[in-house]
Design a protein around this ligand. Sequence first.
Ligand SMILES: NC(=O)c1ccc[n+]([C@@H]2O[C@H](COP(=O)([O-])OP(=O)(O)OC[C@H]3O[C@@H](n4cnc5c(N)ncnc54)[C@H](O)[C@@H]3O)[C@@H](O)[C@H]2O)c1
Length: 504
Amino acid sequence: MTALDLAGPVAVVGTGTMGQGIAQVALVAGHPVHLYDAVPGRASAAAEAIGARLDRLVEKGRLTGAERDAARARLRPAAGIADLADSGLVVEAVLERLDVKQQLMRELEDVVPSDCLLATNTSSLSVTAIGGALREPGRFLGLHFFNPAPLLPLVEVVSGFATDVTSATRAYELARAWGKTPVACADTPGFIVNRIARPFYAEAFAVHEAQAADPATIDAVLRESGGFRMGAFELTDLIGQDVNESVTRSVWEAFFQDVRFTPSLAQRRLVESGRHGRKSGHGWYDYGDGAERPEPHTAEKAQAPAYVVVEGDLGPAAELVALIREAGIQVREDEEDHGTRLVLPSGGQLALADGQTAVEFRDVVYFDLALDYRGATRIALSHSQDTQTQTLAEATGLFQALGKDVSVIGDVPGMIVARTVARIVDLAHDAVAKGVATEEDIDTAMRLGVNYPLGPFEWSRRLGRSWAYDVLDDLHMRDPSGRYAPSLALYRHAYASEKREGTP
Ligand SMILES: NC(=O)c1ccc[n+]([C@@H]2O[C@H](COP(=O)([O-])OP(=O)(O)OC[C@H]3O[C@@H](n4cnc5c(N)ncnc54)[C@H](O)[C@@H]3O)[C@@H](O)[C@H]2O)c1
């Protein structure tokens, strides 16, 4: 299958943020590029802006002066749709409204050649619905770029119900020829990234709404323990609370208000009050002159225990045993396998977050999941009023002796990282089962689209076959709203290999 010939002109319709970025990508790849915008003067202004960005690429040594001049000469602002008649591909990045996109596609279909690919950069509308306006929807598909398009490598190549395989393959190969990393996905709400990423925001907001921790502490735990590049509060302040919430709401609405995607009330209040994040000077945090970022909660120094007793297999936290030894703390192994926990000299227990709460046990401290316990610089702990002060002090001292800051949070099941990762893993399994994309493409999309340290399937393999299911099963028991109900796909993944005796 051939990608579009480089001589084939690419048209970009709608020359705002995304249109300019996509046009730059096609231009630098070598295509002649038509720019068209409904507002007179915008296409020319966009050509100027793209030209200025090419100048900066020359200054940075990424483009030669000659390449820049040739690219500029290939860039053509168009006066009307009729000027796009020789295009081999049209990508629209106009207003996010179904009627506007459908009307545009009808007009384009009358103008472009019959083998011209038609693509939408929509984030939240159905590709199938937009394509419904076309006489021949087989050549229509989604090419979902991420902002800023020239820098971010991921492109979701979305096939609507009517998209033919040849068109999807041509678009996929073209994105690859442009130096992008395409992933193939079906036309479902949020495609891959915006669907599977929802719990990253939702769980952080839920922990905050449960009064278990403040935004700065949750962000610090997600970064320093979870290995995420940014925490959910600082990231949504950067994206814009209005923009992030509107994606959440559109996915939730598109799934007929599926409780797994319920938006956050606290975020709604931010949006309603105009606290949209960095761009408005306030969001979860303040950004005015002299505003200081609040510090995460960090526990006072505590005495490390002289020894710990390891009972059973610590599963995803097994690496801790070696780290404790390296810190000079004696590790006693209990021959009898009572469970998966550490017992402290106080007699209290230290257990990995599993979807239960500390208050259900006599004397327990939970610690949160870390991407990698050696690299983590912070660990969250939770306890209940029944936990001895000494047990909490020993747990705190233990992690501090391993070089970690400790954040003590409220007694919420699944803590912060564990519940977030369990839900992301679940949505990823569910998406594969529903034919949205392959495991490999989902991992690629989440690493490149939202910078996750691991793809959900890589993470799941590391955590063990039934880990995410077991955490969600416990969470679901404690919050039976359905929000945490593990999918059938995750259940099958966790337990399908354990064939039961007898008849069904
Ligand atoms: N901004 C993002 O982060 C992002 C990321 C991925 C996808 N998207 C999607 O890309 C599309 C564009 O988003 P944006 O942020 O670039 O918007 P934008 O507001 O910056 O630009 C939209 C442009 O389209 C023009 N326009 C509107 N209706 C038109 C029409 N009928 N014909 C021609 N031009 C028209 C407007 O004049 C404007 O210049 C949307 O579908 C959006 O969902 C946005």
